[in-house]
Write a protein that binds this ligand. Structure first.
Ligand code: TYD
Ligand code: MG
Length: 455
């Protein structure tokens, strides 16, 4: 029997599978696996062996100046910072996000600003006609910006256009609408999306242009999401935000040319995206009206301190398994903190529904938020307010011990600047000099006992 050489991939997370199944074992998505067409990759020809291409060079022979990536600043400070200091030539950047979050708006604004600062920019739209893009540009007050528009979905035509125009920057909106005629499957399939990303990325490298690929995060169905091409590009940015909130966060999750985990903050206005230069207090609710279950976390996002508010609600579960609902934080981590509260502090949550929310539509991923979550849970469960004007930070270990956090001074100074008076922090952190009254604790039982009188 001939060997089955077909391969399958999950459209959601890109994981490869040897056979089809109804559910992806990696990300747990249902009905997301589809057959993938193998990309033919030619091996090295005999002739090319031993030739200069791909030759290994001693590290010491490479001068850094020569190889330093050249950057193009978009002039949108929040974007340039997330990119690590502007767009790098000969690079590929992926900008992912939910449909309607504002990716096209952001990139049209960036394209216009880059054009105005002298870069040659092409904006290729596979979703909207050029006239529609132009109309949007007019609405954004960017109608006169020197940007070339193309409405095109065929990869070969796009590469021909790019080859002819030789721009400095090309925006491809979106990667899911592009199709290569040498790949048999429908646009949006894993094979098509990967083939298009592969061709555009290698074109960018070869010709020294900066390519920006837009990718919609897909919920269900047969359209491949941006995660399937994350490994091919140099930089991966996600544009996030909650519907109903005007704030949008551009988050670097991978960056070969700068720090990952940096965020940029924008506000969606009637005239496009406006930068929010100082977001530290943006996500706080009114501190003059405290409520049980609310706890302010002094966090660090990328290089900047950002204060966010965790809100917990604990209610008797009517029947069956109690609910654990989390918005803006990791559900697994919540389960861990509930377990630590129960095992180390003797405070059980059995028979109680637990809801945890981060105010303002931001997502927190820092481990130093553990103690703030624990305090929010304790405050909700004991129906006790947090001490007034108080920030909290610290990572929790399974033993219940608190670990010192990084950038303690930065957190405390920012809290002081925003009018906070006290802080609850892990013992062992560098705590002086901020003007806040800092209470340092070695472990969670000490916090539960001394702050909430619980446990
Ligand atoms: P868009 O950039 O088209 O989203 P994406 O490319 O990520 O799918 O943004 C669409 C939303 O943004 C739409 O709901 C309208 C809103 N919007 C504004 O609020 N103000 C504006 O100036 C623009 C252009 C869009
Ligand atoms: Mg769009």
């Amino acid at each position: 029997m001939p060997k089955d050489t077909r391969t399958f991939a999950c459209t959601k997370c890109g994981a490869a599978h040897p056979r089809w199944s109804g559910r992806c074992g990696d990300c747990g998505a249902w009905n997301s696996i589809e057959e993938e067409q193998a990309l033919s990759v030619a091996g090295p020809s005999k002739k090319s062996l031993g030739m200069a291409k791909g030759r290994a060079v001693p590290l010491t022979d490479l001068s850094v100046q020569e190889e330093a990536p050249r950057r193009a600043l978009s002039g949108i400070g929040e974007l340039d910072r997330v990119l690590g200091g502007g767009l790098t030539r000969a690079s590929a950047t992926l900008v992912g996000g939910d449909p309607g979050i504002g990716k096209s708006t952001l990139l049209l604004q960036a394209a216009a600003m880059l054009g105005r600062s002298g870069a040659k920019v092409i904006y290729v739209s596979g979703e909207e006609a050029s006239a529609q893009v132009a109309m949007r540009a007019r609405r954004l007050g960017l109608a006169d910006a020197p940007v070339k528009l193309a409405a095109e979905t065929n990869l070969r035509d796009i590469l021909t256009t790019l080859d002819k125009e030789m721009p400095d920057v090309a925006v491809i909106d979106s990667i899911q609408t592009m199709w290569a005629d040498h790949v048999d499957s429908a646009p949006g399939s894993v094979s098509q999306v990967r083939a298009a990303a592969h061709e555009l990325t290698s074109f960018a490298k070869k010709r020294g242009i900066a390519v920006i690929l837009v990718g919609h995060v897909t919920k269900e169905g047969q359209i491949a999401g941006p995660r399937v091409v994350e490994h091919m590009v140099d930089t991966v940015l996600y544009f996030e935000g909650e519907r109903g909130h005007p704030f949008r966060i551009l988050r670097a999750v991978k960056n070969r040319f700068g720090p990952a985990d940096e965020i940029g903050v924008f506000e969606m206005t009637g005239a496009g995206l406006a930068e929010v230069g100082n977001p530290s207090a943006l996500f706080l609710s009114d501190q003059e009206k405290p409520s049980p279950g609310a706890c302010v976390f002094a966090g660090i996002e990328g290089t900047r301190p950002v204060l966010t508010e965790f809100q917990a609600l604990v209610a008797p579960a009517p029947h069956g398994t109690p609910r654990r609902t989390v918005v803006g934080w990791d559900g697994g981590r919540l389960a861990m903190i509930l377990a630590v509260l129960e095992a180390r502090c003797g405070i059980p949550f059995t028979g109680l529904d637990v809801y945890l929310n981060v105010a303002g539509g931001i997502r927190v991923s820092e481990p130093a938020a553990d103690l703030a979550v624990a305090c929010a849970l304790l405050s909700a469960r004991e129906d006790a307010l947090m001490p007034p004007h108080c920030v909290v930070f610290g990572e929790l270990s399974l033993s219940g011990a608190l670990r010192p956090a990084v950038q303690t001074e930065n957190r405390l100074n920012e809290a002081g600047r925003l009018g906070f008076k006290q802080a609850i922090a892990p013992a062992g952190s560098k705590l002086g000099g901020s003007g806040l009254e800092v209470r340092a604790f070695p472990d969670l039982p000490a916090v539960a006992g001394q702050v909430f009188g619980a446990g």
